[in-house]
Design a protein around this ligand. Structure first.
Ligand code: GLU
Length: 475
């Protein structure tokens, strides 16, 4: 269960409280604000699945938070902690997240209450196919209706089962492949989706630490080089965030996982930790750790420049917030800081890079994948050769003008047209960087707005409200 301590708001209450705070800066009627906040549809189902000699009655959900734009979009979580409130909170975050980064979807989230790590692949497949069948039957799945993706406990393989089940039920849907994102590449997935959230986290933090004025106020230099980082979670998002930050020269001094927290003040070599993690499925006993911190949650309280919660919601709460020493909190997870903790951190001047902006990389690249499936073409296919040819022409003109000849190796390198991966990454980088500057600008405009989270919610509410207003539904 998400650890919400000391009577802090629940996850859903926290999200709504953030919306309320930001709404004071927006000209909006109470009715429209209410419409934006409420979850539009929730599907709650129970279905039987044969597990060995037993039959398990599986509890599952799909929440579509906002239909202001269609399809709705958001991951599916497989976890024993899934419950309706959590799924609704996560769906709401998806609405705001998509709005902040201008991805034209409403928000949704699915949850299946199982422990995927205790199931065989065959059992997981049975659960997934039955869940998908239920979603199709209730009209909760389709390229123009609702498009799932991976989340905690699900991956490419689960997305492939969803796709296959959907296609077998709707063989005549011309856009069938766009019914789910995060698919394997061989099944019309897109290059760069797996690492997208973590890479987006790095782009977002890199942009944040490039703002001189903010870093000066925090007593930090600009740039990622040498920044000390504590990260909670070494799953898909946590690992990739750590990896890309490490590549940019940041020092990952602690990693917290389900079994332990490893610490090394000199920083970890992330590919080496990953190799150990893949082989052992745990971090405890990692030989290059200087020490293991117990209890592991104490590592959240380490002195560091950047703390990255990349696991569950509600990890920083009234019970530990006063001991958090990080100068920047970068929310790679959804909802890792409760409303009460957020208030205290802002008061203390901690710089919070909020989830609805920072972990949007996944859905940004999901959007590219969805577009690719709707258009039925790989990005780069049409322009790659053309671009190469144009680049070669420019090089030739320079050679003629200067009378110098470039070596063939340089010509080949300099003229290469973009691959799908390069296009996806540049689209992701551009979205993360320009959105950060937009949010920073909102903060500059409203002097009594104190934090980036309020700026992000402000931006999201404004965009969703505009859609409703343009549809002439609300004044
Ligand atoms: N589950 C991811 C998230 O929370 C990705 C959602 C998507 O790609 O649709 O943002």
């Amino acid at each position: 269960m998400a650890a919400v301590k000391h009577n802090d708001y629940s996850f859903l209450q926290s999200v709504n409280a953030f919306v309320d705070d930001a709404s004071h800066f927006v000209k909006i009627s109470p009715q429209l604000l209410y419409q934006i906040k409420v979850c539009n549809s929730v599907l709650r189902i129970r279905f039987p699945v044969r597990i060995g000699k037993d039959v398990m009655v599986v509890e599952a959900y799909r929440a579509q938070h906002s239909h202001h734009r269609l399809p709705t979009k958001g991951g599916i979580r497989y976890s024993e902690h899934v419950n309706q409130d959590e799924v609704m909170a996560l769906a709401a975050l998806m609405t705001y997240k998509c709005a902040v980064v201008d991805v034209p979807f409403g928000g949704a989230k699915g949850g299946v209450k199982i422990n995927p790590y205790k199931m065989t692949p065959a059992q997981l497949e049975r659960v997934t196919r039955r869940y998908t069948f239920e979603l199709v039957r209730k009209n909760f799945l389709g390229p123009g209706i609702d498009v799932p993706a991976p989340d905690m406990g699900t991956d490419q393989r689960v997305m492939a089962w969803i796709l296959d089940t959907y296609l077998s039920l709707k063989p005549d849907d011309p856009h069938g492949y766009a019914c789910v994102t995060g698919k394997p590449r061989e099944l019309s997935g897109i290059a760069g989706r797996t690492e997208a959230t973590g890479l987006g986290v790095m782009y977002g933090i890199r942009e944040a630490v490039s703002v001189k004025q903010d870093m000066r106020r925090l007593g930090l230099s600009t740039g990622l080089e040498g920044k000390t980082v504590v990260i909670q979670g070494f799953g898909n998002v946590g690992y990739h965030s750590a990896y890309f930050l490490w590549k940019e020269g940041a020092k990952i001094i602690a990693i917290i996982e389900y079994d332990t927290a490893i610490y090394n003040p000199d920083g970890f070599d992330i590919p080496d930790v990953k190799q150990y993690w893949d082989q052992n499925k745990r971090l405890s006993g990692y030989p290059k750790a200087k020490m293991e911190i117990k209890p592991k949650e104490k590592a959240l309280e380490l002195e560091c420049d950047i703390l990255i919660p990349a696991a569950l919601e509600g990890q920083i709460h009234s019970g530990n917030v006063d001991r958090i020493k990080a100068k920047i909190i970068a929310e790679a997870a959804n909802g890792p800081v409760t409303y009460q903790a957020h208030k205290k951190l802002v008061e203390r001047g901690v710089w919070i890079i909020p989830d609805i902006y920072l972990n949007a990389g996944g859905v940004i690249v999901s959007y590219f994948e969805w577009l690719r499936n709707i258009m039925r073409v790989r990005f780069g296919r049409i322009e790659k050769r053309f671009q190469e040819w144009s680049n070669r022409r420019i090089i030739k003109l320079i050679e003629e003008a200067t009378g110098k000849k470039f070596p063939e190796k340089i010509i080949t390198e300099a003229s290469e047209g973009p691959s799908e991966l390069a296009l996806v990454r540049s689209g992701l980088e551009e979205t993360m960087a320009s959105t950060y500057q937009q949010l920073r600008e909102v903060l500059r405009r409203y002097r009594n707005m104190k934090d980036l989270r309020t700026a992000a919610y402000y931006s999201a509410i404004n965009k969703v409200a505009t859609t409703y207003k343009l549809m002439d539904i609300f004044p």
